[in-house]
Write a protein that binds this ligand. Structure first.
Ligand code: ADP
Ligand code: MG
Length: 327
């Protein structure tokens, strides 16, 4: 079973940033409002995430580390209406098969905390009492210690941390109400404050995407029941050559979707020279039944059941928000 986990780990756990992504998604699924992410040596030495979410009960700790045991998919209906970020039930199992993983948790209703430890291919999970406030800490040490070929593929500390920083940016925009702190080698690198009100949201946009965008951003809100598109786009003059600020969330998940990108580019039309890229942070919300998020394992692509209409909805909304050039 551990071997199967290790093979699966190849798909889920590409590098430290993929671990961060999976763990943070779990914390958000658990209703956390605060996350502290500690990284050491670009994640190769340690990735530790502490949250204040609902926690994992003592008798479910071992289960949480076993493959597919916890998958939320139990029927086709479920598959069609997945709204939570995680659903394959294998991230923790995969990560633990290629690292030394400690899972410590305390649900609010439980009086004491418990800790599960699991290392590499060993099948045994040992469980012991621990001290921990309400919530969960997942501590992943020595990633790929038992898969040397993969460990060799890790880039420099700086590069790997850069990937982590980017993953955390996406989450910071995707879950604006959650406070997120990110530290690297004990040094505080990011502190994203919860963004509920519009000024706070602009503040967070600034923290993630920089002043240039946030200072000039055009606010978008459009609703054509049951679809909603909101967020921010940059006027053409602020758009850069590299599309480094392009964030599209579909029901809370970050997507890099061709259809949506095409709609956005087309909305800018001639306002944008061919060598410049649109700049946007957008949130598309639609009923789960209108979208199939399970088309690609990396979950960056979606399939819309009314692709054409969605395309035009996005195109029209953005076109209307952009000041048109005088002609
Ligand atoms: P999945 O998220 O796809 O269910 P994971 O392997 O990522 O699978 O997690 C397994 C299970 O462990 C989750 O379904 C959840 O019940 C529990 N879990 C993991 N992380 C947390 C967390 N931070 N807080 C509460 N429960 C968690
Ligand atoms: Mg998960």
């Amino acid at each position: 079973a551990r071997l199967a986990n290790q093979i699966a780990a190849g798909e889920v756990v590409e590098r430290p940033s993929s671990v961060v992504k999976e763990l943070v998604e779990n914390s958000i699924d658990a209703g956390a409002t605060e996350l502290i992410i500690d990284i050491e040596q670009g994640g190769a030495r340690r990735i530790r995430i502490r949250d204040n979410g609902q926690g994992i009960a003592h008798d479910e700790l071992e289960l949480a580390l076993s493959r597919h045991a916890t998958s939320k998919i139990s029927s086709l209906d479920d598959l069609e209406s997945i709204m939570s970020l995680g659903f394959r039930g294998e991230a923790l199992a995969s990560i633990s098969s290629v690292s030394r993983l400690t899972l410590t948790s305390k649900p609010a209703v439980q009086s004491e905390a418990w800790q599960a430890y699991c290392e590499g291919r060993e099948m045994t999970v040992s469980i012991q009492p621990a001290a921990h406030p309400d919530g969960t800490t997942v501590d992943v040490q020595d990633l790929f210690f038992n898969t040397p070929a993969r460990r060799k593929f890790l880039r420099t500390e700086k590069t790997e941390f850069g990937h982590i920083d980017e993953v955390v940016k996406r989450i910071a925009l995707g879950a604006p109400e959650v406070r997120i702190q990110l530290r690297h080698n004990q040094r505080k690198v990011r502190d994203y404050r919860p963004a509920i009100t519009e000024p706070q949201q602009i503040q967070r946009l600034k923290a993630v995407a920089g002043n240039t965008f946030a200072g000039d951003a055009l606010h978008i809100v459009n609703q054509v029941d049951p679809w909603q598109l909101q967020g921010w786009i940059a006027p053409a003059a602020v758009c850069r050559h590299q599309g480094d600020v392009q964030y599209m969330f579909v029901n809370g998940r970050m997507m890099k979707d061709k259809l949506l990108n095409h709609a956005i580019r087309q909305a800018y039309g001639d306002l944008l020279p061919a060598d410049r890229q649109p700049t946007f942070v957008l949130y598309l919300t639609l009923p789960a039944r209108d979208v199939d998020v399970n088309v690609h394992p990396s979950k960056h692509e979606v399939r819309f059941h009314q692709a054409r209409q969605i395309h035009d909805f996005v195109l029209q909304t953005i076109r209307q928000a952009l000041p048109q050039a005088d002609s």
